[in-house]
Design a protein around this ligand. Structure first.
Ligand SMILES: *[C@@H]1O[C@H](CO)[C@@H](O)[C@H](O)[C@H]1NC(C)=O
Length: 495
């Protein structure tokens, strides 16, 4: 009797929940898995695989719930480009780690929207000057070469024939922190980070890496602000804050220095930025806060993402020795400083960006008002919007031999860079595209030209080559997709 009651009650309860779920879907919300048959478990195990499944099952636009957030996934590159170019979707979700990362709401471009965002973005892009266009040469290349010494020493040691040790891709990534951080700092401020501070900075960057890049399924991302009070979430958030504080202090000091010295000559990024702020009434009184936010985001994101991309590049080159040989030859034949003018090298970078898809979700957008899609569906205000860039770059109907690393697909005589470029969106699309993308490409080619001169990288012949599934399983997927920590064999280049 009791059992019957319990099961009837349970049945009634489940039906009510189901009915509520059906009615909770906003009108014209795109189709997708309902919360009851939650994709959460799948998403936790393999977030990129879950996105691919959703795309297969529900088509170009998918609506669902992840944690407490309503989410729409855009799978079609044309939809992504159009949507992210519209100001209705031009904001970022209120993810707690992002707020702590940049210092709060309305700090720089990351946590601002509307008019303020537009003004800050304008100041930022105008003040970036050489950073987002010019190749690395002259004085900059000398200091960079100096900062890369520890990496070269490591490679030297590992390439010794008696050494049985291999190169960890995670270590490669962290060895690049200082060269990149110092280089960007130098370009932005005109000054270098003092030699004696570099070791401490290296440790802080590693600490932040550990605290910040929680898997994308971690509650810190998809929980509402009120969940700050949960003890486990609070601990994670406090760790991020502890790790980011010393880096903020460093930037803060630089900002104060700039304010003290005045911005009359606009020679550096910071001077130009402060000066630029004066043209926008909406920024008045908040110049220092925005400079701090914009500077920190540019500087830290560069150190994180460019090092990661370089490590991915070494992974692909070690798996494809023929590509490595051709690339080393092209880079070695020229002393042109504008490495981006080399066709094969350019194609290699494009293919690295496609296969690695290091910003697989287009860094998440947020709708500040309802947005109507071409097919009549609606993304309601307050929705997280994912541009499924991983899916765009791994669509077998667009890319033949989709999992094969083949830079030739980007060469003119192989069917056209023009066509392919349309669907390659590694730095996202629309209003919030990454302003540092040429910097990233230039830096990686520069770093490659430095290491491929003397060393070659190969997959350990004792180990089976990783399958695409293994590469997927072993890469940490957070806001960015980080290189799996495979171990690579390093040898001296003989040629
Ligand atoms: C942006 O989206 C809104 C809402 O869907 C629409 O009314 C508006 O026309 C779009 N703007 C542009 C420039 O396409």
């Amino acid at each position: 009797m009791l059992w019957e009651c319990v099961s009837i009650l349970a049945f009634a309860g489940i039906s009510v929940i189901l009915i509520l779920e059906v009615f909770r879907r906003p009108k014209n919300f795109p189709p997708g898995p309902s919360r009851i048959w939650s994709t959460m478990a799948q998403f936790k195990k393999n977030p990129l695989g879950a996105l691919m499944l959703c795309k297969e099952k529900y088509g170009p636009v998918v609506g669902l719930k992840i944690g407490e957030f309503r989410v729409v996934i855009l799978n079609d590159p044309a939809d992504i480009t159009k949507a992210f170019g519209n100001k209705s979707l031009n904001s970022r979700p209120p993810f707690l780690p992002a707020m702590i990362y940049v210092g709060g709401e309305n700090h720089g471009t990351l946590t601002s929207s509307d008019e303020v965002w537009k003004a800050v973005r304008n100041c930022m892009v105008k003040s970036m000057g050489s950073l987002h266009t010019s190749p690395i040469n002259g004085e900059a290349s000398l200091t960079l070469s100096h900062d890369m010494e520890p990496l070269k020493e490591l490679l030297e040691r590992l390439s010794n024939p008696v050494s049985k040790e291999k190169l960890s891709l995670a270590e490669l990534r962290s060895k690049l922190y200082i060269p990149i951080a110092n280089h960007v700092w130098h370009v932005l401020t005109g000054e270098e980070i003092p030699e004696e501070n570099k070791a401490g900075l290296q440790q802080q960057l590693v600490a932040l890496q550990k605290a910040l890049w929680q898997p994308i399924s971690s509650p810190v991302w998809f929980l509402p602000t009120s969940a700050k009070r949960l003890p486990s979430t609070r601990t994670l958030l406090q760790e991020i804050k502890k790790a980011v504080d010393p880096l903020h202090a460093m930037v803060e000091e630089m900002v104060q220095e700039t304010q003290k010295n005045g911005d009359d000559d606009s020679k550096t990024f910071s001077q130009a930025f402060l000066r630029g702020c004066r043209s926008y009434p909406c920024l008045r009184g908040y110049e220092a806060v925005h400079l701090k936010g914009a500077f920190f985001t540019l500087w830290h994101t560069a150190a994180e993402t460019v090092g990661n991309l370089m490590a991915w590049t070494i992974l692909w080159l070690s798996l494809y020795p023929e590509v490595q040989r051709k690339l080393a030859q092209e880079l070695g034949q020229t002393d042109i400083l504008d490495l981006m003018s080399l066709p094969y090298a350019r194609a290699v970078i494009q293919e690295v960006l496609r296969l690695s898809s290091t910003a697989p979700f287009a860094n998440f957008h947020w709708s500040v008002e309802d947005y109507k899609l071409g097919n009549g569906m609606v993304i309601p205000k307050g929705t997280v919007v994912i541009g499924n860039l991983f899916g765009v770059h791994h669509d077998p109907s667009v890319w033949p031999d989709v999992e094969v690393f083949r830079p030739e697909r980007f060469l003119e005589n192989e069917g056209g860079e023009e066509n392919r470029a349309k669907v390659l969106l590694p730095f996202s699309a629309g209003l919030r595209t990454c302003p540092g993308q040429n910097f990233a490409r230039n830096f990686i080619l520069y770093a490659l030209s430095q290491v491929l001169k003397d060393f070659q990288f190969s997959w350990d012949p004792q180990q089976a080559r990783p399958t695409p599934e293994e590469i997927m399983d072993k890469s940490l997927v957070s806001i960015f997709r980080f290189v799996p920590d495979f171990k690579i064999v390093v040898r001296k280049r003989e040629e």
